[in-house]
Design a protein around this ligand. Structure first.
Ligand code: 13P
Length: 331
């Protein structure tokens, strides 16, 4: 049988990394908006803007022609930032064959619609099986060959079972989950907690405080997820607490770096300019607070992060805000 061809849209750090994983198993094409990035992947097997000198699989091919890329796909992976999923897919909506499964890598909500990336994909490419790949996956560690695990979440377990071996390797274990909502929300909500964790470290808090932020952050992620219909147990897995820990402790996390920079006194504009990449939690924090109000769920950590990102509060004030005690406080 002809091998399954994987096409990854988006040559940021994670899109490139996932394409590199798939290229070891099956013919894989990476679409980069920037033709120089595509050339560099093809000729030097590197993506220096996002992954420095790290070597990618020599089998990975890249193109800057999105129509060519979409035409080839037996499996389509969407690795652009959440706010760009709709506009990117609008460029190819006639070019994907029927039944091609689509996997999202994005971990944010679309501003305005408040939709998760899989919901945006389902609207743009109706009739396709849609799922996601998520977990504690700091891109550069995976390119370096350090062991990691991830989850393919699809409503129909047979789809995940078919996709699993395309990404797996002896050092990259791929699990399955049918709770698409819970898995997707875990990856999205932990970015906001990671900004809080970065602020905490920037302020020089103790380890007890850091543990408190993680534990209470997980509690509010789970609370919102359950109110929205997710299985609360999902948040105890790789896409929940797993991704939360990796993102809160890794110096490479963009969201965590945003929190640290804010704690150093930078404005959000200066912080994002210094980062030079997308930190999904920044745009997603206000949207999550809208959801928290709609579902009547308390999210005090997300509320503080949203206030700091919006410039209404400093990180030090945000941490002082945690002193507020309410009679209803229960762990
Ligand atoms: P950021 O680098 O965007 O903070 O994300 C890390 C991540 O999602 C790891 O799984």
């Amino acid at each position: 049988a002809r091998p399954v061809r994987v096409v990854v849209l988006g040559a940021g750090s994670w899109g490139t990394t996932v394409a590199g994983l798939a290229a070891r198993n099956t013919p894989t094409l990476l679409w980069a908006r920037d033709p120089n990035t595509a050339d560099e992947v093809n000729s030097e097997h590197r993506n220096s803007r996002y992954l420095g000198d790290r070597a990618l699989s020599p089998d990975l091919r890249a193109t800057s022609d999105i129509a060519e890329a979409a035409n080839e796909a037996d499996v389509l992976v969407v690795g652009v930032p959440s706010h760009a999923v709709r506009s990117t897919l609008s460029e190819i909506s006639n070019g994907v064959r029927a039944w091609v499964p689509v996997l999202s890598l994005a971990k944010g909500l679309e501003p305005g619609t408040r939709q998760r990336p899989t919901e945006v994909i389902a609207e743009c490419l109706p009739g396709h099986p849609v799922g996601l790949l998520a977990g504690p996956n700091i891109a550069r560690e995976i390119v370096d060959g350090l062991a990691a695990a991830s989850v393919v979440a699809t409503q129909d377990d047979r789809v995940a079972t078919a996709l699993q071996p395309l990404f797996a390797s002896p050092v990259f274990r791929v699990y399955r989950n049918t709770d698409v909502l819970g898995c997707e929300l875990g990856g999205i909500l932990k970015n906001i907690v990671a900004i809080a964790a970065g602020m905490a470290d920037g302020l020089g808090v103790g380890d007890n405080t850091r543990a408190m932020v993680l534990a209470r952050g997980l509690a509010e992620m789970t609370r919102l997820g359950e109110a929205m219909g997710a299985n609360p147990r999902t948040f105890a897995g790789l896409t929940g607490v797993g991704d939360l820990i990796a993102t809160c402790i890794s110096p490479a996390s963009r969201n965590r770096r945003v929190g640290e920079a804010l704690a150093r006194g930078l404005t959000i504009e200066q912080t994002l300019a210094e980062l030079g990449q997308v930190a999904e939690g920044v745009k997603t924090a206000p949207t999550v607070m809208e959801l928290a109000r709609d579902y009547d769920v308390e999210m005090p950590i997300a509320a503080e992060v949203e206030a700091v990102v919006a410039g209404r509060r400093t990180p030090a004030e945000a941490y002082r805000g945690l002193r507020r005690v309410t009679p209803g406080d229960e762990d």
